[in-house]
Design a protein around this ligand. Structure first.
Ligand code: ASP
Ligand code: MG
Length: 406
């Protein structure tokens, strides 16, 4: 079998952990498999490199940032090859250039276009364990790009798809995908399996287990993912096409604190205002999440929406510029908000899920300031300080701890 394995940064944080992972790779290899391994940068390397850059230039060029950040993954693969060699195994490390993993040109957030599998296949045929640097790519200018934070997962799935691998295993520092962050909700249960659609929502809503684009790719190419720990042999969570007869009403609660609410007050209450505001933001590549518009009064209305915290300043700057032209009274920004969401495929066919969620928040005396729903998720905007409390209350209301005993 051909197996793609990905190990996260904490799994390769130091020499001892590198050898721990090397031994797991060897176990897989010894079961008569061909093994391709994608690695992240060790421990906090990426964060440290970002700090280092900011020390020198608070607004570094994105191209240079990618050039810098890509070195983290390159260290990991070289070190892992050395570890495997030391244990008596053939291994070779490759960066994005060497595997010709090409991407779009947008630095810091590039999308994978193509992977030329020729080199990887050649190295596998030579009985090498192939180690590929995650997170990085090469664009049309032959420049180094990166795929966005957490992007090594996406590298792994893309390689599994390109090679038509038999399995894609994502090794991390938790035992799998949980019904809630186990650091916040002590009795959170590990899911045996979860559908691509649910995982995609969870990943986009703040669960940090998988890069959301990796789930998108896995869904597109029908690649089942196994998420499991590199520190133990617990079986993990399988992410795949929906197969269960009874869909889960709620499979997880996620929180995202990295958002900001922007409110546009006293906008002229005439047709086309929402269009103007959101097309300006769209043109500037700013994604908007929850949107709320008030009922007009005295000829004016308010529009509030949320954006990623990292986009908030840019969004305000642009809107300030167009404020008078659009006819906005004041623009205000609120950082003290967070989004709490529940996800479950069964919601699509069951009534009453929203009211149960709202009841849980009411019981905990948590105020909801915005609501948004889709077929399989409900999100609310609440005060940032209430996130942990709200998460526990919802988890309990839906009895998600009981999944442990199923
Ligand atoms: N090293 C990168 C990051 O920290 C990519 C990854 O870990 O997947 O975001
Ligand atoms: Mg990750």
């Amino acid at each position: 079998m051909l197996i793609v394995q990905k190990f996260g940064g904490s799994s390769v944080a130091d020499a001892q952990r590198i050898f721990n992972v090397a031994n797991r790779i060897i176990d897989t290899k010894n079961e008569d498999n061909q093994v391709v391994v994608v690695l992240s940068a060790q421990g906090d390397t990426t964060d440290d490199l970002i700090d280092k850059a900011k020390e020198i230039n608070p607004k570094p060029a994105k191209r240079e940032m990618d050039m810098l950040l890509a070195t983290g993954e390159q260290q990991s693969v070289a070190l892992m090859a050395m570890a495997l060699n030391a244990l008596g195994y053939n291994a070779i490390s490759l960066n994005a250039f060497q595997v010709q993993l090409t991407t779009t040109s947008d630095y810091s957030n590039a999308k994978i276009k193509d992977i030329d599998t020729e080199r990887i296949k050649r190295e596998l045929a030579r009985d090498n364990i192939v180690l590929v640097a995650g997170f990085q790519g090469v664009n049309i200018f032959n420049d180094v790009t990166t795929l966005g934070r957490g992007g090594s997962d996406t590298t792994a799935v893309a390689i599994a798809a390109a090679l038509n691998a038999d399995a894609c295993e994502i090794y991390t520092d938790v035992d799998g995908v949980y019904t809630a962050d186990p650091r916040i909700v002590k009795d959170a249960s590990k899911l045996e399996e979860i559908s691509y659609d649910e995982m995609l929502e969870l990943a986009s809503l703040g669960s940090k287990v998988l890069h959301n684009r990796s789930v998108e790719l896995a869904k597109k190419y029908h690649i089942p993912l196994v998420v499991r720990s590199s520190f133990n042999k617990v079986s993990g969570t399988v992410v795949k096409e929906d197969s269960k007869m009874e869909k889960m009403l709620v499979s997880g609660v996620a929180a995202d604190k990295d958002i900001t609410r922007i409110s546009l007050l006293n906008i002229e209450d005439t047709p086309g205002k929402a269009f103007e505001v959101f097309s300006i933001l769209g043109r500037n590549d700013i994604s908007v999440d929850i949107i709320l518009q008030s009922i007009g009064r005295d000829g004016t209305k308010d529009i509030s929406f949320t954006v990623a915290k990292s986009d908030a300043d840019a969004a305000c700057e642009i809107l300030e510029k167009y404020k008078d032209k659009i006819g906005v009274g004041t623009i205000s920004l609120d950082d003290n908000v967070a989004k709490l969401s529940i996800v479950g495929a069964g919601m699509a066919t069951h009534a009453g899920v929203a009211s149960l969620m709202f009841e849980a928040l009411y019981d905990a005396r948590i105020n909801i300031s915005m609501i948004s729903t889709s077929e399989i998720k409900i999100s609310v905007l609440i005060n940032k300080d209430d996130v942990e409390l709200g998460m526990r209350a919802i988890h309990q209301k839906f009895n998600l701890a009981a999944l442990n005993s199923l």
